[in-house]
Design a protein around this ligand. Structure first.
Ligand code: T3D
Length: 309
């Protein structure tokens, strides 16, 4: 603790003449080793197409190809797939924050990977089955809220992956572009399903036909996203929401996600039956017992997020 304070105060113990931090008793050789490790770590972080940060009770996943506006490559898909699987397997993870590095959220498929060695555009058959469709399904199946913090432009698959998250915050400088028609494709990643349902066909059609950008403010006004925020507010608010979910009754939240998703294709009778069964499941969780007792005892509830014992 003392060391941390001294470091912050730029104590001579910790700051060598070259500006690198050194611990008491460290030698020039040790400093050089540290420098190599730091440089390697920095290079590894810069090269990783997806960054994962573990916070108390939730994870932050950052699409990390800023020079290419975080466009999706095969490698990025593989890293993202692993990041989501690890988050799902981590019993302590109760929310996930998805964002992009640099000035964009994601510009969709990296089009450099869509040209073959003869310079011809690659014909798309089952390509979506390999990465995009499983990705959208995986995001929907995660048993906790996925919060998108759309930090900049979200185009093509990038737009629809953001919109497929549970809660979408967007910076006021961000925009959503159904870029597909510009390159002779149709909206994918669930866009043709989600857009008419969220904003109606009268708005979905021109967005898809023209590929015109939709501002974050308009996206909020149209009910396409939860909130447009001042740029400086985006990450603090997204983190605050994820932190809040870490103290939430996670079993109920997982059920809410599933029941709301299934409502899209259920009639009322089927949905009522699903609500009955899911409510039964929720009531078996210790958090329900805690919630009721906390209310009756006029105190804040302390949820554990545990399943029934
Ligand atoms: O293929 C399948 O499996 C089917 C699935 C398809 C899903 C899809 O996502 S299809 C749609 C693919 N995405 C696009 O068509 C969007 C292409 N990008 C743009 O239209 C524009 O870049 C933006 C509107 C997103 C942003 O424009 P702007 O002016 O802010 O930036 P920029 O200058 O165009 O881009 C900056 C750099 O990122 C630039 O690189 P450079 O020239 O500086 O070396 C640009 O080439 C690169 N970049 C942007 N988007 C992509 C990209 N590189 C590869 N692929 C991209 N999608």
């Amino acid at each position: 603790m003392q060391w941390a304070i001294a470091a912050r105060l730029n104590h001579p113990w910790f700051t060598s003449s070259n500006g690198l931090m050194s611990l008491p008793g460290s030698t020039p050789a040790h400093d050089a080793d540290q420098r190599v490790i730091q440089t390697r770590e920095k290079a590894r972080m810069e090269a990783a197409p997806v960054l994962i940060e573990r916070r108390e009770g939730y994870r932050v996943v950052t699409l990390n190809r800023p020079r290419h506006l975080n466009a999706f490559t095969e490698a990025m898909h593989q890293h993202l797939k692993r990041a989501l699987a690890e988050a799902e397997d981590d019993g302590d993870c109760r929310a996930l924050l998805l964002t992009g590095a640099g000035r964009a959220f994601c510009a969709g498929q990296d089009l450099h990977e869509r040209v073959d060695k003869d310079g011809k555009a690659i014909v798309l058959g089952s390509a979506l089955d390999t990465y995009y469709n499983p990705l959208v399904r995986r995001l929907r199946a995660l048993p906790f809220p996925v919060v998108a913090a759309v930090n900049g432009i979200a185009a093509g698959a990038g737009a629809n992956i953001a919109l497929g998250c549970d809660i979408v915050f967007a910076a006021r400088s961000a925009s959503f572009v159904q870029a597909f028609a510009k390159i002779g494709l149709i909206p994918d990643c669930g866009g043709t399903w989600l857009l008419p349902r969220l904003i109606g066909p009268a708005r979905a059609r021109p967005l898809a036909f023209t590929a015109e950008p939709l501002s974050a403010d308009k996206a909020e006004a149209w009910g396409l996203i939860w909130k447009a925020l001042d740029d400086a507010e985006l990450m603090p608010q997204a983190h605050a929401l994820c932190a809040r979910f870490t103290a939430a009754p996670s079993v109920a939240l997982a059920l809410i996600k599933r029941v709301l998703d299934q409502s899209w294709s259920n009639d009322l009778d089927t949905q009522l039956e699903l609500e009955r069964d899911s409510q039964h499941e929720a009531s078996l969780s210790p958090d329900y017992d805690e919630g009721v007792h906390a209310f009756l005892q006029k105190r804040p509830a302390v949820f554990t997020g545990r399943r029934a014992m």
